[in-house]
Design a protein around this ligand. Structure first.
Ligand SMILES: Cc1ncc(COP(=O)(O)O)c(C=O)c1O
Length: 405
C-alpha cells in the first residue's frame, strides 16, 4: 500500500537518510565535545569527526578538505560568498554578475549589495532557463569582481553551462561562485575542471539534516579571500566564527559520502522514475508543457504546466501528493513564480504548474498513483472549464472578442 500523502517535493527538502541519522547520534550523547577544545579527548574526538566530514564534503566536489568552510546552510553560504567577495575586493571593482532565476538567497543578497553602492547585472535566461557564457563575456567589465551562477535551478531543474562559465571567468580573471545546492550528488561536479572558486551546498537537499551547509573557498590559483560576515572566535580560518555543530557536520559528511558512492545508480533510478511520471502524465494530457530544459535538467525534477485548469483547484484536487505549485503566496495575492516568468511562461500557465521532485525514497508504485491522480484531476477540472469546452469544439480563442477587454 502506498503511504499517504506521497512526498514528491525533494527539491524543497529531503528526508534524512536513516544511515545519516545513525552516524550523527553518538555526537549528541557520548561524543559531545567542542571541536575547538584543544586540551582533552572530548575535543580531539569532535575535531577528528569534523575533519573526516570536511574530507567527505571536499571529495564530492573535487576539492581539498582545507577549502571547506562550514555554515548554517546555503542561504548563509551564498551570503558569505557574495558579500564576502564584494567587501574584500571592493578596491578592485564594484560590479557583480548573476542571472534572473537564481534562488532568493542570491538575488536578495545582490539587492543588498546594490543598496550599498555596488552594481549588479541580472542576466536574462532563454526559454529553457539557461544563460550562456557569451552573455557573461559581454557583461564583464574591468570593474567585475564576481560572477554568481547556480549549477541547477530549484524550480525547473535546468542545468547551467557551469564549466564554460568557469573557464571564461578564469580567462578573464574574475572570481566564479556557483550555488550548487540542487546539483550536488545529482550530477558530477569538479571545482578544478569547472573553474569554480566558490561553491555553496547544503545538507538537507541530499538526505542530510537541516541547518548545516558549507562553502567551498578556493585556496590556490587564485587564493580567494573573504570578508567575514560573522565575527567571533576565529573558527573556520577566521571566515565564519561560531562553535561547530558537530552532529550536523557529521551528518553532512556522511550524506556526501553516500551521495558520492551511490550517485551513478541513484541518478539512473530517479531519472527512470521522473520519466515514468513525466511521460505518464504528458502522454495522457494534451496541452501539458514541461518547463525547463527537456534534457539538460536534474534527473529527479519535472515541472509541468497544465493549460485550461485553475492552479489552486488543481492543488486542492491533488492533496494526497506533496508537491510545489508555480504560484508563490505573497502577503495578499498569489504571484506567479518569477522563475517561470523569466522563461516567458504566461501567468495562467505559471499558476497551473506543478513541480514534482523525485528522490531516493520514491517508488514506482508512488509514481503510478500520482500519474493517475493528476490525470484524473486535470481531466475533471477541464470538464468544468468553459474555455476548454470551446477549444474542444474547435473555436480559436484568439479570435474571440471578450466583453470588458
Ligand atoms: C538553489 C538553492 N539555493 C539556496 C537554497 C537555500 O538553502 P538553505 O535552505 O540551506 O538555506 C536552496 C533551498 O531552499 C536552493 O534550492
Amino acid at each position: 500500500m502506498t503511504k499517504m500523502p506521497v512526498y514528491m517535493d525533494n527539491n524543497a527538502t529531503t528526508r534524512t537518510d536513516p544511515r545519516v541519522v545513525e552516524a550523527m547520534l553518538p555526537y549528541f550523547t557520548e561524543k559531545y565535545g567542542n571541536a575547538a577544545s584543544r586540551n582533552h579527548p572530548f575535543g580531539w574526538e569532535a575535531e577528528e569527526a569534523v575533519e573526516t566530514a570536511r574530507g567527505q564534503i571536499a571529495s564530492i566536489i573535487g576539492a581539498s578538505a582545507k577549502e571547506v568552510i562550514f555554515t548554517s546552510g546555503a542561504t548563509e553560504s551564498n551570503n558569505l560568498a557574495i558579500k564576502g567577495v564584494a567587501a574584500m575586493y571592493k578596491k578592485k571593482g564594484n560590479h557583480v554578475i548573476t542571472q534572473a532565476t537564481e534562488h532568493k538567497a542570491t538575488l536578495d543578497t545582490c539587492k543588498r549589495l546594490e543598496r550599498d553602492g555596488f552594481r549588479v547585472t541580472y542576466l536574462p535566461v532563454d526559454k529553457y532557463g539557461q544563460v550562456h557564457a557569451e552573455q557573461i563575456r559581454e557583461a564583464i567589465t574591468d570593474k567585475t569582481v564576481l560572477v554568481s551562477i547556480m549549477a541547477a535551478n530549484n524550480e525547473i531543474g535546468s542545468l547551467q553551462p557551469i564549466r564554460a562559465i568557469g573557464r571564461l571567468c578564469k580567462e578573464k580573471g574574475v572570481l566564479f561562485h556557483t550555488d550548487a545546492v540542487q546539483a550536488v550528488g545529482k550530477i558530477p561536479l569538479d571545482v578544478e575542471d569547472m573553474g569554480i572558486d566558490l561553491l555553496s551546498l547544503t545538507a538537507h537537499k541530499i538526505y542530510g539534516p537541516k541547518g548545516i551547509g558549507a562553502l567551498y573557498v578556493r585556496k590556490k590559483d587564485p587564493r580567494v579571500r573573504l570578508e567575514p560576515q560573522i565575527d567571533g572566535g576565529g573558527h573556520e580560518r577566521g571566515m565564519r566564527s561560531g562553535t561547530l555543530p558537530v552532529p550536523l557536520i557529521v551528518g553532512l559528511g556522511v550524506a556526501c559520502a553516500i551521495a558520492k558512492a551511490e550517485m551513478p545508480e541513484e541518478t539512473q533510478r530517479t531519472f527512470a522514475l521522473r520519466e515514468r511520471l513525466r511521460a505518464g502524465i504528458m502522454d495522457k494530457l494534451p496541452e501539458s508543457y514541461l518547463n525547463g530544459h527537456p534534457t539538460e535538467r536534474l534527473p529527479g525534477n519535472a515541472n509541468i504546466s497544465f493549460a485550461y485548469v485553475e492552479g489552486e483547484g488543481l492543488m486542492m484536487g491533488i492533496k494526497d501528493v506533496a508537491v510545489s505549485s508555480g504560484s508563490a503566496c505573497t502577503s495578499a495575492s498569489l504571484e506567479p513564480s518569477y522563475v517561470l516568468r523569466a522563461l516567458g511562461v504566461g501567468d495562467e500557465l505559471a499558476h497551473s504548474s506543478i513541480r514534482f521532485g523525485l528522490g531516493r525514497f520514491n517508488t514506482e508504485a508512488e509514481v503510478d498513483f500520482v500519474v493517475d491522480l493528476v490525470v484524473r484531476e486535470v481531466n475533471r477540472l477541464r470538464a468544468m472549464s468553459p474555455l476548454y469546452e470551446m477549444v474542444q469544439a474547435g473555436i480559436d480563442l484568439k479570435t474571440i472578442e471578450w466583453a470588458g477587454h
